[in-house]
Design a protein around this ligand. Structure first.
Ligand SMILES: *Cc1c(COP(=O)(O)O)cnc(C)c1O
Length: 440
């Protein structure tokens, strides 16, 4: 009898995976709190919320109950010409907690489509207003906004998108204004804002996830948005990863004193239960699509737009996220991360430690030899798995992004793996060569 992994290997094609060389996938048959339970009974601690989606733990009974009730009430209805209670309720509740200027909610299916919709809103906003020359986006070097074509175009020109480079529309890249580089980046932005063709600035607020959890401060982002607004350029906050409490407050944009015009959400939106994306916008954006002319409408929609079951999952998850318990859980994780950061920052083998909210990133020092990078990544991954912990290192950066229900004892297990990784790095590093005169 072939195992589940072998049957998978015969018929499936996995994301971001070189199928020829990848080890067989680990079969998971159950989820429980922060744990994933494999077919053979091994329990794995989910240190990255299953690719940043899970908020309150796996198979959460409250979300399961709401989803189950919705399934036997209304599973789906088309969303053009029709509406339903969970879609309305979710939009009302979100607008209550989003930055004040956000006025409308547009549903789609995932983070990439939420970004596609945002890009189309920006471009058609200017088109509808007779300014079609405004069609260039500004984005950050090393940014990641998804895997569909528009989202790839506004993302880093990295190795993953290389086969498609010739087909990606041109954008202007800015450096990330990490501490110490703010003035330089403002100058780059000012130069771009002089151009008549710039339409929007899309960014991952405060934390660039895929870039390696690169972090920058709310003050500089607020200043960049102010300058965009003065130049008539729209700001698009891609909160697909940062939304729903990851950075501490409910939204990273909550820390800004100049608000984005458009916002994108997915991942934590349904607590990690079902795929859904949404794009919200400020009133003037929405107003630019209102007209007696049908052609000014936003012609975008997916078959499963505003799926009632996904909306029910999102409502249940939002209830949990807005409860005091969740705020306390996030504070506990934040405090624990902060203590661990103080413990290991500056130690040999550690290049930098970054932390914001429930996200912690350790950048290990792989030494001079860059061929260590990929070997180190695989060794890190395996070390975590051998310790029954799921982590996905980004090169020499290993981050924790745990579900909010992760306990102190579980966090201790994650930190222990990060300490072991440091030991591994020190083994990888060649011993320092002593100066001649010290040899004997
Ligand atoms: C994951 C991610 C996306 C893409 O979301 P998908 O649901 O995977 O398509 C977009 N933007 C950011 C910031 C992300 O982290």
């Amino acid at each position: 009898m072939p195992t589940l992994s072998e049957r998978d290997h015969a018929v499936l094609w996995h994301p971001y995976t070189q199928m020829q060389t990848a080890p067989l996938p680990i079969p998971i048959i159950k989820g429980e709190g922060s744990w994933l339970i494999a077919e053979d009974g091994t329990r794995y601690l989910d240190g990255i919320s299953s690719w940043w989606v899970n908020l309150h733990g796996h198979a959460h009974p409250h979300i399961a109950a709401r989803v189950s009730a919705q399934l036997s009430t209304l599973e789906h209805v088309l969303f053009a010409g029709f509406t339903h209670p969970t879609a309305v309720e979710l939009a009302e509740q979100l607008l209550e907690i989003l930055p004040d200027n956000q006025a409308r909610v547009f549903y789609s299916d995932n983070g990439s489509t939420a970004v596609e919709v945002a890009l189309k809103m920006v471009l058609q906003y200017f088109h509808n207003q007779g300014q079609p020359q405004r069609r260039t986006f500004i984005c950050f070097q090393n940014s990641y906004h998804g895997d569909t074509f528009g989202a790839m175009a506004v993302s880093s020109r990295g190795a993953f998108t290389q086969p498609f480079w010739p087909l990606l529309f041109d954008v202007e890249f800015l450096d990330v204004p990490v501490p110490g580089r703010e003035a330089e980046v403002l100058a780059q932005l000012d130069a771009l804002l002089l151009r008549p063709d710039v339409a929007g600035f899309i960014f991952e607020p405060l934390v660039l996830g895929t870039a390696g959890m690169v972090m920058y401060e709310p003050e500089i982002l607020s200043e960049m948005l102010r300058r965009c607004h003065r130049a008539g350029v729209l700001g698009v906050a891609d909160e697909v990863m940062t939304g729903f409490g990851r950075t501490g407050p409910l939204f990273a944009s909550g820390l800004l004193n100049e608000q984005p015009d458009i916002m994108c959400f997915s991942k934590g939106l349904t607590g990690g239960t079902l795929a859904m994306g949404l794009t919200t916008c400020a009133a003037p954006i929405y107003a630019a699509f209102l007209s007696d002319d049908k052609m000014r409408a936003l012609f975008h929609g997916h078959s499963y737009t505003a799926n009632p079951v996904a909306c029910a999952a999102a409502l249940a998850s939002l209830e949990l996220t807005r409860a005091d318990t969740c705020t306390d859980q996030r504070r506990c994780i934040e405090a624990a991360h902060s203590a661990f950061r103080q413990e290991i920052a500056g130690q040999p083998g550690i290049r930098a430690v970054r932390h914001r909210g429930t996200i912690l990133a350790v950048e290990y020092d792989p030494g001079e030899d860059t061929s260590y990078f990929s070997r180190l990544r695989d060794a890190f991954y395996q070390l975590a798995i051998d310790n029954q912990v799921v982590l996905r290192p980004l090169g020499n950066v290993v981050y924790l992004l745990p579900p909010y229900c992760t306990s102190d004892a579980e966090l201790a297990l994650l930190y222990d793996v990060l300490r072991r990784m440091r030991a591994l790095v020190l083994d990888f590093l060649p011993a320092p060569t002593l100066p001649e005169y010290l040899h004997d």
